[in-house]
Write a protein that binds this ligand. Structure first.
Ligand SMILES: Nc1nc2c(c(=O)[nH]1)N[C@H]1C(S)=C(S)[C@@H](COP(=O)(O)OP(=O)(O)OC[C@H]3O[C@@H](n4cnc5c(=O)[nH]c(N)nc54)[C@H](O)[C@@H]3O)O[C@H]1N2
Ligand SMILES: Nc1nc2c(c(=O)[nH]1)N[C@H]1C(S)=C(S)[C@@H](COP(=O)(O)OP(=O)(O)OC[C@H]3O[C@@H](n4cnc5c(=O)[nH]c(N)nc54)[C@H](O)[C@@H]3O)O[C@H]1N2
Ligand code: SF4
Ligand SMILES: [Mo]
Length: 674
C-alpha cells in the first residue's frame, strides 16, 4: 500500500514543495506539490530524483574509521570516543585553532544541523572556521557590512511591484537564483518580462534565462562593474536618481565623491572596456530611468570574478541612488522569518575593520569570523590545522588545486566527515559519520528562508525512516562537543531530544509560533519595509563610498582580466555542485565546455573534440560544444566534476585582496585540441 507525504526539497535555494509517494520503506515517486504557495507544482529533475538520492547505492549507513589495515565499521560510542581523544590531544598540544570546521553548502540547508555546527566552532573556541561562503560569494556580506555596518543584509526583489529586474552573472532558470530563490523560474521570469515590465540579462553567454528576457547584454567577463559605473554616472549627471531618498539616506560629501570617481565611466570608455555597443548601454540606461526603481540580481558570474567587490558595491550604490532599497517597488531586506535579525538590531556607528588572517596566510583578512577557504591548505601544510570536521561539504572538489588539497587533507591527524553518501572527501577521511538525508529529518529553512521572495517560512516533518545508523547532524555535533566536555544545546534540549524539539527552539524568535508553522506547513506575511533605514543604517545613511572599494576602483585596470581567451563558470540543471547524481534514467549532465565557432575554428576544434584547457595554475581536459550563443573570448566551463575538474585552473594564491576569495571566473586560459 502506498502513502503520500508532503515535504519540501532541500537541494537548493528554491525550496520547492514536493509530494512523495512511499511504499513501505521505498520511495515510489517525487512530484511537485501544486498546492505549494511558492513553487505551485514546479520541481526540477534534481528534486524529482530525491527517491534515488535517498536509496543511493553510495549511502553511508554506519560510522566508519580508517585503521592502518583499512576501513573498519565502528559503533557510535567507539567513534565518538576516538574523535574526542584526537580533539583533546590536538587542543592540548597545539591549541584550539588546530581543530577546524568546514561548513559546506548542504549543511546550510539542514536548519538544525548548521545551527549546531556554528555553535560547535564557538564552544571549542577555534578560529579555524571555513565555509563555502568564501568560495562562493564573500563580496555580498562584505558590501553589506561596509555600506550598512551590518554584514547580513539580504536584498530581495519586491516581485509583485518591481517593474525592472536585471540578472547579472546569474542564470536562475538553471540555478534557481543566487541569494534570491526562484522556484518555477520560467514562469516567474516570463512574468518579469511581461510589458510594461522589463527583464534584462547581463551574461557572457546567451542563457536559458536571457532567452526569456526583454533584452540582453554580453560584456567581456569581469567587466560588469563598468556597465554599472556607467549607469551610476549617467543617473548622477543627467537625472534619474531619487532625489528625496538620496537626500535622506546619503551623506552629500559621499555623493560628491561617488560622482567624482564614476566620472571616467563615459559611454565611450565603458564600451571600450566591456565590448558592449554604446547604443546598448544607453538603452539599458533608458530602461533604468523609465522604471525608476530597479532590482539587479548578481550571481556567481560576478561574485567569483576578480572584480567581484566592484560590481557588487556599484550595484548597491545604483540601488541607493535610484531609491530602490528598503522601499516598495524596489527591493526589501529579508530579515529571516525564523531568525528575525530585524528585531534587536542597532546601528553600528564604527567603521568596520577586518580581523587578522590565519598564521600561514596573514595577508588574508577575516571580515566575518571565518578564514577564507584559500587558506585551508596552507594552514594544514604549516601544521597549524591538524584536524578538520566537514559538515555537508566536499572541499576536495570545491577548493582550488585538487591534488594539493587532497594531499593536505590526507595528511591531517583526523578528517571527520558528516555526509549522506560517499564522496571524494570521505575517501580521504579518517572518520565518516552517517548523517540523515533530507527526507529523514524534520526541518525548517533556518538559514534559507531569508532568500525567499515571500516573507515566509515552511516546515517539513521527517517523511522516511532513518536508514542504517544515520543520525541527525545536530545530534552528532552535540555528541562530539559533549565528549570533550562542551555543550552546544541550550536547556532543556539534550542529545536524546527529537529533531522537532530542536526546531521548536530554533523557531523561538519566528514571526509565528512553532505550532502554527508546523500545522500550516507554509506561513507567510507581508514583506517588511523600512527597518534597515530606521534601525540599521548609522544616522539613517548608507555609506556610499567605502574606502576599500574606492581604492579598488582606482586600480580597475589591474583587476580586469587581460585580453585573450577567458574561462567562465556555469551551472547545469541536472548537476548540483559536486553531488553525485543519482538520476540514472532521467539523464545526467556531462562536463562540457562551450565556445564560439570562430574561436573553435581558430584553434582547429570541432564539436565533441577533447580539449586541454590550460593556464598558469594547471590544466584540465573537457569536451567541447560549439555555439554562437557565447562571447567569442569565452570558454564556458562546468564546475563540480572530479574528472574535467575546473579547480585545476583556480589557485589559492590568485585571490581577491579584500575577501581572500579564489577567483573562479574570468581567468585567462589557452585551449589545445588533444
Ligand atoms: N542546477 C543547479 N543549481 C544550482 C547549483 C548547481 O550546481 N546546479 N549550485 C547552487 C549554488 S552553490 C550556487 S552558488 C548558485 C549559483 O547561481 P548562479 O550564480 O545563478 O549560477 P549559474 O547558473 O552558474 O549562473 C552564472 C552565470 O554567470 C555567467 N558568467 C560567468 N562569468 C561571468 C562574468 O564575468 N560576467 C557575467 N555577466 N556573467 C558571467 C555564466 O555564463 C552563467 O550563466 O546556484 C545554485 N543552484
Ligand atoms: N572552480 C570552481 N570552484 C567552485 C565553484 C565554481 O563555480 N568553480 N563553485 C563554488 C560554489 S558556488 C560552492 S557553493 C562550493 C560548493 O562547495 P561544497 O559545499 O563543499 O560542495 P558540494 O559539492 O555542494 O558538497 C555538498 C556535500 O553535501 C553532501 N550532502 C547532501 N545532502 C546532505 C545532507 O542532508 N547532510 C549532510 N551532512 N551532507 C549532505 C553531499 O553528498 C556533498 O558531499 O564550490 C565552489 N567551488
Ligand atoms: S529547483 Fe529542483 S533542486 Fe531546487 S528545490 Fe526545487 S526541486 Fe529541489
Ligand atoms: Mo554556491
Amino acid at each position: 500500500m502506498t502513502v503520500e507525504s508532503l515535504s519540501f526539497c532541500r537541494f537548493c535555494i528554491a525550496l520547492c514543495g514536493i509530494r512523495i509517494v512511499i511504499d513501505g520503506e521505498r520511495i515510489v515517486s517525487v512530484k511537485g506539490d501544486p498546492e505549494h504557495p511558492a513553487s505551485r507544482g514546479y520541481t526540477c529533475v534534481k528534486g524529482r530524483s530525491l527517491g534515488r538520492w535517498h536509496h543511493h547505492p553510495g549511502r553511508i549507513l554506519a560510522p566508519r574509521v580508517r585503521r592502518d589495515s583499512g576501513w573498519a565499521e565502528s559503533t557510535w560510542t567507539e567513534i565518538h570516543t576516538d574523535i574526542a581523544q584526537r580533539m583533546r590531544s590536538n587542543i592540548e598540544a597545539h591549541g584550539a585553532d588546530s581543530v577546524g570546521v568546514y561548513i559546506g553548502t548542504a549543511a546550510s540547508l539542514d536548519g538544525a544541523g548548521k545551527w549546531a555546527a556554528e555553535r560547535f566552532a564557538r564552544v571549542i573556541g577555534t578560529r579555524s572556521k571555513y565555509s563555502a561562503i568564501s568560495i562562493d560569494t564573500p563580496c555580498k556580506p562584505l558590501v553589506s557590512l561596509l555600506m550598512s555596518g551590518y554584514s547580513g543584509l539580504v536584498p530581495v526583489v519586491d516581485d509583485r511591484r518591481c517593474t525592472m529586474t536585471v540578472f547579472i552573472g546569474s542564470n536562475p532558470v538553471v540555478s534557481h537564483g543566487h541569494l534570491n530563490g526562484f522556484p518555477d523560474p520560467i514562469v516567474r521570469l516570463r512574468g518579469m518580462a511581461e510589458a510594461p515590465k522589463e527583464l534584462w540579462v547581463i551574461d557572457s553567454r546567451v542563457t536559458e534565462s536571457s532567452r526569456l528576457a526583454t533584452r540582453a547584454l554580453m560584456p567581456r567577463p569581469g567587466t560588469d562593474f563598468a556597465v554599472i559605473a556607467f549607469l551610476v554616472r549617467e543617473l548622477l549627471l543627467g537625472g534619474g536618481c531619487d532625489e528625496q531618498y538620496v537626500k535622506n539616506h546619503v551623506d552629500p560629501e559621499e555623493l560628491r565623491l561617488l560622482r567624482q570617481i564614476v566620472d571616467e565611466w563615459t559611454d565611450v570608455q565603458t564600451s571600450n572596456v566591456t565590448g558592449c555597443p554604446m547604443s546598448e548601454l544607453h538603452e539599458l540606461l533608458g530602461a533604468v530611468r523609465r522604471h525608476g526603481r530597479v532590482s539587479f540580481q548578481t550571481g556567481t558570474g560576478t561574485t567569483m570574478a576578480s572584480t567581484a567587490n566592484l560590481t557588487e558595491w556599484l550595484v548597491w550604490a545604483l540601488h541607493v541612488v535610484t531609491g530602490s532599497y528598503d522601499v516598495s517597488g524596489g527591493m526589501w531586506f529579508h530579515p529571516g522569518f525564523l531568525r528575525r535579525v530585524d528585531v534587536d538590531i542597532e546601528p553600528n556607528e564604527e567603521l568596520p575593520t577586518p580581523g587578522p588572517g590565519p598564521a600561514s596566510r596573514p595577508e588574508l583578512a577575516t571580515w566575518n569570523d571565518e578564514y577564507p577557504c584559500a587558506a585551508l591548505v596552507d594552514e594544514i601544510e604549516a601544521g597549524n590545522l591538524r584536524m578538520l570536521v566537514v559538515f555537508g561539504g566536499n572541499p576536495v572538489t570545491a577548493l582550488p588545486n585538487p591534488e594539493r588539497t587532497a594531499l593536505a587533507l590526507a595528511k591531517l591527524d583526523a578528517l571527520v566527515v558528516l555526509d549522506v553518501v560517499g564522496t571524494e572527501t570521505t575517501e580521504l577521511a579518517t572518520h565518516v559519520l552517517p548523517t540523515k538525508g533530507q527526507l529523514e529529518r524534520a526541518d525548517l529553512p533556518y538559514y534559507y528562508d531569508q532568500f525567499n521572495l515571500d516573507y515566509s517560512t515552511q516546515f517539513t516533518p521527517s517523511v522516511m525512516k532513518t536508514l542504517g545508523e544515520s543520525r541527525s547532524m545536530w545530534r552528532i555535533t552535540a555528541e562530539m562537543a559533549n565528549e570533550v566536555g562542551a555543550e552546544i544545546l541550550p536547556q532543556p534540549l539534550s542529545v536524546t531530544s527529537s529533531d522537532e524539539d530542536v526546531l521548536e527552539v530554533l523557531a523561538l524568535r519566528a514571526d509565528a509560533s512553532f505550532d502554527e508553522i508546523r500545522r500550516e506547513k507554509y506561513v507567510r506575511r507581508e514583506p517588511i519595509f523600512g527597518w534597515v533605514r530606521e534601525r540599521v543604517l548609522p544616522k539613517g545613511r548608507w555609506r556610499l563610498t567605502p574606502v576599500e572599494f574606492v581604492s579598488q576602483l582606482s586600480r580597475w585596470k589591474a583587476l580586469v582580466p587581460p585580453p585573450g581567451l577567458l574561462m567562465t563558470s556555469r551551472r547545469q540543471l541536472r548537476q548540483l555542485n559536486s553531488q553525485k547524481p543519482a538520476m540514472a534514467g532521467s539523464g545526467i549532465d556531462a562536463p562540457v565546455a562551450i565556445i564560439h565557432p570562430d574561436t573553435a575554428a581558430r584553434h582547429g576544434i570541432v564539436e565533441g573534440d577533447l580539449v586541454d584547457v590550460t593556464n598558469a595554475n594547471g590544466s584540465m581536459t573537457t569536451s567541447m560544444m560549439l555555439t554562437d550563443d557565447v562571447h567569442p573570448e569565452v570558454v564556458s566551463l562546468t564546475h563540480g566534476w572530479w574528472d574535467a575538474n575546473v579547480s585545476y585552473l583556480t589557485s589559492e594564491s590568485f585571490v581577491d585582496e579584500l575577501t581572500g576569495m579564489v577567483v573562479q571566473t574570468g581567468m585567462p586560459v589557452t585551449i589545445h585540441r588533444r
